[in-house]
Design a protein around this ligand. Structure first.
Ligand code: COA
Length: 383
């Protein structure tokens, strides 16, 4: 396999983009990425999008965005892996460049969720219909079960869950593209509206519109623009049972553990080598479980770690979600995995602005679909 580099990135603000169509959102992000990379063409493109058919009635999104971007006849493919669609889009682009098939590939992601579709029902199509959704449970309920199990088994507290949201909003305040740029307190989180006990409104990622794009390139292309290239040193993916009841342990996400083991082996790194991570905090409990499953903390200690500030951007042992995460930055599901890569790219090239992490040489992005049934992990290194 050839070496692969990220050489440019761009994203729209996340939030309610009522005056833009899905194709405009994607192309806005793609144009920013292309301009940032300084390339005059792309060989192909991928667009991660979970459910444009349900959200805006548009399937066959690949050629829709390629046409609007003015790049037909390049190959244009939509990638679906629920909320991991963006991460898998990046992985497909990585594999295409690594295999030698293409030199310059655009990996993007987009979702337009606020146009009137029943979002909860649409998102729930990524869970097990027969065994979960038909019985009335949707994603907040599934993650609430994970939270209850973690609280029962390890003593994780309501306050510790809230600390994830407080930290991520603090980071998101410094991100001009974030949906919620407001500080929140622990008390506000624990008193916010109940959604699925123990998870409350401020434990949940929001419903969002948004697009994100990055340009991946071979070493020959990256060499020409060395100052803005970041190397992709691992790209891995794993799957797990789609229904929670089929898992032996609700407090660990098997696909995250397996994808992480493979990623560390591929990169030749250990969890302690990672300087910052963007993880899939669709609900506060998810960040806690993932921080353990990625090997940053011992199983059961993730709640304590966030409470002690070990995941804080300023002085944490391992800054997690310096972008604000899904919680504060927003979660237009298909765009999320690409936005995570963009945060790493900006941090590793020293362009993190007000939220720059001090030592940023190696970054990890973890993106997942459903209640962890798909997981994709990338590790990037500054050069
Ligand atoms: N975080 C912070 N504030 C939020 C928020 C969130 N997640 N969701 C909504 N708000 C704010 C809104 O901006 C609004 O504020 P305003 O009154 O000042 O305008 C207020 O809270 C109420 O918003 P509303 O849109 O009426 O909330 P809702 O009850 O329709 O939706 C959730 C709230 C939590 C149910 C919804 O955001 C949700 O389903 N989130 C999870 C999405 C998800 O499952 N993603 C996939 C993960 S696998």
């Amino acid at each position: 396999m050839r070496d692969v580099y990220v050489i440019g990135a761009g994203m729209t603000p996340f939030g309610e983009l009522w005056n833009k169509s899905i194709r405009e959102i994607f192309v806005d992000a793609a144009m920013l990425a292309i301009e940032d990379a300084g390339v005059d063409h792309i060989d192909s493109l991928y667009v991660g999008s979970m459910s444009p058919g349900l959200f805006v009635g548009q399937e066959h999104l690949g050629p829709v965005v390629a046409d609007f971007l003015g790049v037909t006849p390049v190959p244009a493919t939509r990638v679906e892996s629920a909320c991991a669609s963006g991460g898998v889009s990046f992985r497909q682009a990585f594999l295409e460049v690594a295999s030698g098939v293409s030199e310059i590939v655009l990996a993007g992601g987009v979702e337009k969720m606020t146009d009137g579709a029943d979002v909860t029902e649409a998102l729930a199509t990524a869970a097990d219909q027969e065994y979960e959704v038909y019985h009335g449970v949707t994603f907040p309920g599934l993650y609430a079960m994970i939270a209850r199990a973690h609280m029962h088994q390890f003593g994780t507290t309501r306050q510790q869950l809230a600390e994830v949201a407080v930290k991520n909003h603090r980071n998101g305040m410094k991100n001009p593209n974030a949906q919620f740029r407001s500080e929140i307190t622990n008390e506000q989180v624990v008193k916010s509206t109940m959604v699925a006990d123990p998870l409350r409104l401020l434990d949940c990622s929001p419903v969002s519109d948004g697009g994100a794009g990055v340009i991946l390139a071979s070493a020959d292309v990256a060499k020409k623009m060395k100052s803005r290239a970041v190397k992709v040193i691992a790209s891995t993916q794993a799957s797990d049972t789609i229904a929670l009841h089929d898992r032996t342990d609700l407090t660990t996400l098997g696909a995250v553990v397996r994808a992480a083991e493979k990623a560390y082996a591929m990169a030749g790194k250990k969890p302690s080598d990672v300087n910052l991570a963007e993880v899939h905090d669709c609900f506060t409990i998810a960040e806690i479980v993932i921080s353990e499953d990625l090997g940053f903390f011992e199983k059961g200690k993730g709640g304590e770690a966030v409470e002690k500030g070990l995941t804080a951007r300023e002085c944490g042992k391992i800054p997690i979600n310096s972008s604000g995460g899904l919680k504060s930055k927003g979660h237009p599901v298909g765009a999320t995995g690409i936005a995570q890569i963009i945060e790493l790219y900006e941090q590793l090239t020293g362009r993190g602005g007000e939220r720059q992490v001090k030592k940023a040489n190696i970054g990890l992005a973890q993106n997942m679909g459903g209640s962890g049934a798909s997981c994709v992990i990338h590790i990037l290194e500054a050069i």
